[in-house]
Design a protein around this ligand. Structure first.
Ligand SMILES: Cc1cc2nc3c(=O)[nH]c(=O)nc-3n(C[C@H](O)[C@H](O)[C@H](O)COP(=O)(O)OP(=O)(O)OC[C@H]3O[C@@H](n4cnc5c(N)ncnc54)[C@H](O)[C@@H]3O)c2cc1C
Length: 381
């Protein structure tokens, strides 16, 4: 089935072919091993940079490809096909959430110091917002930065941070004023160094990624590392969320498509009671429902993407795409696992990993409940 009125041009599709080929050669064959080792090599970043894949949407003057969000969207979909949620998450955190605020809100000097090496893959970034006591309720974050001679002194703790062990710099949300709530939040770009320590967390899925707690103990951050206006960090958080959520929706769409193709092939080959699984109506209907769900997710996501690229502020559409796709992806993976029977429960089968990896979607980047709260407001409820 051809994709719904794609927002992509022929040039974008050519990029897709070359990205898919590259990832299939360089990443996919290692995906299972990286998941078992619970780490993908840092060298993947310069490897991707060599193909221009860490700077697709960034201007050429910073070493980017001068493309647009549609080029980046292709990377999001294709990374999901590598079959390691953790690898896609680590690369995605760098490209989709850590570097965009520097591009949008950074000074020229910050762009030279962080964005340029990030696009080259020689510096790895992370975004540090979540804290042990502040996840969905971002406004209650407590990591504090106090004025010091020439900069700030930072104390506090972040948790569940993707790339939290390997990151060279952490784009960190901090409290810069005793005033509570949304006011008094700012962003600092924190270099790994004295006073910064990370502890990797064990988790259900995304094994190849390093999700970590990061502690800041009397960390000196120079004044020029303030990112965006003082005490207006909340705007930066909100600006970042739209692309992050769209990127997650695109990843789900890519992963769902691949899972469906593989499961349909399995159901045609595997026999039970004298016929292929797909010959049993219950399985055939299940596969049809899954294809319908994947198609609906793609339509909603592409609509939000088209609006986002056109410069609209499609908060409702992006939120709906995130809400719909993340839950649907998890449900689709679970159904695909079921169709694989006992094999689906085995580590050696891709679907066991895909089902675990998909569970993060309804939690990360703003949970399902928070998406519903946002939609409640945008729908005037
Ligand atoms: C693998 C992984 C990677 C991550 N990577 C990053 C990262 O790179 N950077 C980063 O900053 N963060 C990251 N996160 C954090 C993620 O964004 C948070 O986990 C998420 O926002 C939820 O916050 P929380 O875990 O504190 O849950 P809580 O906010 O404590 O929520 C707990 C439950 O209560 C629900 N809930 C909360 N408020 C309401 C409400 N008002 N109404 C109804 N229900 C509500 C939530 O939906 C959830 O089900 C990551 C998380 C994971 C698991």
């Amino acid at each position: 089935m051809s994709p719904p009125t794609p927002p992509f041009s022929e040039e974008h599709e050519q990029l897709r072919d070359s990205v898919r080929g590259f990832l299939e050669r360089e990443l996919t064959p290692h995906a299972q091993r990286w998941e078992e080792e619970e780490w993908f090599p840092d060298e993947i970043f310069p490897l991707l940079a060599g193909q221009g894949l860490l700077g697709l949407k960034y201007p050429a003057e910073y070493g980017g490809q001068g493309g647009d969000y549609l080029h980046e969207a292709i990377l999001c979909e294709e990374l999901a096909r590598v079959g390691s949620g953790g690898t896609a998450a680590g690369i995605g955190a760098h490209v989709n959430i850590a570097t965009p605020p520097i591009w949008k809100f950074g000074t020229e000097e910050q762009k030279q110091r962080y964005l340029v090496p990030a696009i080259q893959g020689v510096k790895i970034g992370a975004l540090g917002i979540t804290e042990p006591g502040a996840g969905s309720d971002v406004a209650s974050l407590r990591t504090r930065a106090e004025r010091a001679d020439g900069g700030w002194v930072l104390n506090g703790e972040k948790t569940y941070i993707t790339n939290g062990v390997r990151a060279d710099f952490i784009v960190t949300a901090v409290r810069t004023s005793p005033e509570g709530g949304h006011h008094g939040t700012s962003f600092l770009i924190v270099d790994r160094g004295e006073g910064v320590s990370s502890a990797k967390l064990a988790k259900l899925g995304w094994h190849a990624s390093d999700t970590a707690t990061i502690a800041f103990e009397d960390v000196f951050v120079p004044g020029q590392n303030l990112l965006g206006p003082l005490n207006e960090g909340f705007k930066l958080i909100m600006a970042n969320f739209q692309w992050e959520r769209l990127a997650m929706a695109l990843g789900a769409v890519g992963a769902m498509q691949l899972a469906w193709e593989r499961t349909a092939a399995f159901a045609r080959e595997r026999h039970a009671f004298g016929r292929p699984l797909a010959g049993h109506q219950a399985i055939r209907h299940k596969l049809v429902d899954l294809a319908t769900s994947a198609y609906a997710c793609r339509c909603v996501t592409y609509d939000a993407l088209r609006r986002f690229v056109a410069g609209e502020e499609p908060v409702s559409e992006v939120t709906m795409a995130k809400l719909l796709t993340q839950r649907a992806s998890f449900e689709l993976m679970d159904a695909c696992l079921q169709i694989h029977g006992g094999a689906g429960y085995m580590r050696e089968y891709w679907v066991e990993r895909a089902a675990r990896d998909a569970r993060l979607g309804p939690i990360g980047g703003g949970s399902d409940e928070i998406m519903r709260e946002i939609l409640g407001r945008t729908l005037g409820l």
